[in-house]
Design a protein around this ligand. Structure first.
Ligand code: TYD
Ligand code: MG
Length: 454
């Protein structure tokens, strides 16, 4: 076997010397693919003897000009970008096929173009006619966006050099190929080489490049994971297929806060921004029902209210089901264990289903108490007090821990017409926003207070 042959996991990007069925780093099966890597150039010469130029160093206090930013005018997008699109930057937008990445980027491209930027949209997946058809459907055919249908990276770079645009959208990075790497488009080495070329080009010429990357569960195509560390900003476009809500989430951003979300709605005429996500996520809620709890969460820098639903039913199987949508399965197991051992609420022999309504995915530990409340409420077949929101982190001892931004959560709840909050002890001086605060110190106390003595 040649020495420089290596294998890369398409799920997590880890490099391996040998092929194995399972990636040691992330545990995914069948995701390792051969990776010829970039050419290392001439081997023997080190950097040692030849002299370079000395670099000018600066200190931290000197004020360098901040990179200029451009706003698209779509609030949800600008916030996720950290306050507009930054010059000389590379972005990656990942997401499942068919989730709406091309739609989002065509709309964004049109916005930026109307704002005065020179924008090129390169599609490697669709013909010009197909992109034009989508533009007509979105009512954007008059926008001054330049189109091209091309996959050869050298030709694309040459074109960009000649036209000196401000923004280039590459849809998608998996379809691009560079003639310096002799493997198929979409392979790890091609994707990495193309992303590297585009990123370097963006930095050198002071333009913004947005790349689309598909994420596939099978890992047959190199996932965007291998380029995440190269780019400045990584955004994921998520959503449940059956729902019209789409969430743009920043997982890495060198120019703004990470974990910020933008909420959109997929309509017949493209993506519309959702100004008040809490109202949207709660819109399908009926009267208070057992197993349904409103969680006051924080996504990035702003509060978002959503509904957590649980269903508990006797299991016909020897090993009961634990099924979760929109939350972490391991965290659910932990909450069940704490309920069982600290609060005397057993779930043995019961199937448990947990769902975050609206296709939102919650990662905050502050949702612990809301999940526990939904589970106990479903099990006891008793609804929570009307118009109340719940939040708080649960520790393994069953104690409730205070969470960040309590006041913001309460304010949002008050704005949407809630009257009480079930939560951990808040620090002294916390403004209650006019809500009736029901503070509890531990989970057992909460269960007793809300569902009666056991
Ligand atoms: P698309 O942007 O092509 O997805 P991706 O680039 O991520 O693969 O969008 C795919 C879906 O979006 C498609 O199933 C149709 C739907 N859609 C609408 O519902 N409304 C619209 O206005 C558009 C353009 C697409
Ligand atoms: Mg597409």
């Amino acid at each position: 076997m040649p020495k420089d042959l290596a294998y890369t996991c398409t799920a997590c990007g880890a490099a391996h010397a040998k092929w194995t069925g399972r990636c040691d780093a992330c545990g995914a099966w069948n995701t390792l693919v051969e990776d010829k890597g970039l050419s290392h150039g001439p081997k023997k010469q080190g950097l040692g003897k030849a002299r370079g130029t000395a670099i000018t160093l600066t200190d931290l206090a000197t004020q360098e000009a901040e990179p200029p930013r451009t706003l698209s005018g779509v609030n949800e997008l600008d916030r996720v970008l950290g306050g507009g699109l930054t010059r000389a930057s590379a972005l990656l937008v990942g997401g499942d096929p068919g989730i709406g990445k091309s739609t989002l980027l065509l709309q964004a491209a049109a916005r930026f173009a109307r704002g005065g930027l020179k924008v090129i949209y390169v599609s490697g997946e669709e013909s010009n006619a197909q992109v034009q058809m989508r533009a007509r459907r979105l009512g954007l055919e008059k926008s001054p966006v330049q189109l091209a249908s091309e996959t050869n990276l050298r030709d694309i770079l040459t074109t960009m050099d000649g036209l000196s645009p401000d923004l280039v959208v590459i849809d998608s990075i998996q379809t691009m190929w560079s003639d310096t790497v002799d493997s198929a488009p979409g392979s790890v080495s091609q994707v990495r080489a193309c992303a590297h070329e585009l990123t370097t080009f963006a930095k050198r010429n002071g333009i913004s490049v947005i790349m689309v990357g598909h994420v596939t569960k099978e890992g047959a195509i190199a996932g965007p994971r291998v380029v995440e560390h190269m780019v400045d900003t990584v955004l994921y476009f998520e959503g449940e297929r059956g729902h019209q809500f789409r969430i743009l989430r920043s997982v890495k951003n060198r120019f703004g806060p990470a974990d910020e979300i933008g909420v959109f709605e997929m309509t017949g005429r493209g993506l519309a921004e959702v100004k008040n996500p809490s109202a949207l996520f709660l819109s399908e809620r009926g009267d208070p029902a057992p197993g349904s709890v409103v969680f006051a969460g924080i996504e990035g820098t702003r509060p978002v209210l959503c509904e957590i639903q649980a269903l508990v039913a006797p299991s016909p199987h020897s090993q009961p089901r634990r099924s979760v949508v929109g939350w972490d399965g391991g965290r659910l197991a932990m909450i069940l264990a704490v309920l069982e051992s600290r609060c005397d609420v057993p779930f043995t022999g019961l199937d448990v289903y947990l769902n975050v309504a609206g296709g939102l995915r919650i990662t905050e530990p502050a949702a612990d108490l809301a999940v526990a409340a939904a589970l106990v409420s479903a099990r006891e077949d008793a609804a929570l007090p009307k118009e109340s929101v719940v939040f708080g982190e649960i520790s393994l001892s069953g104690a409730l821990r205070p969470v960040i931004q309590t006041e913001n959560r309460l304010k949002e709840a008050q704005k949407l017409g809630f009257t009480s909050a079930i939560m951990p002890r808040a620090p002294k001086g916390t403004q209650g926003a006019g809500l009736d605060l029901r503070e509890t110190q531990d989970l057992a106390g909460f269960v007793e207070q809300v569902f009666g003595a056991r």
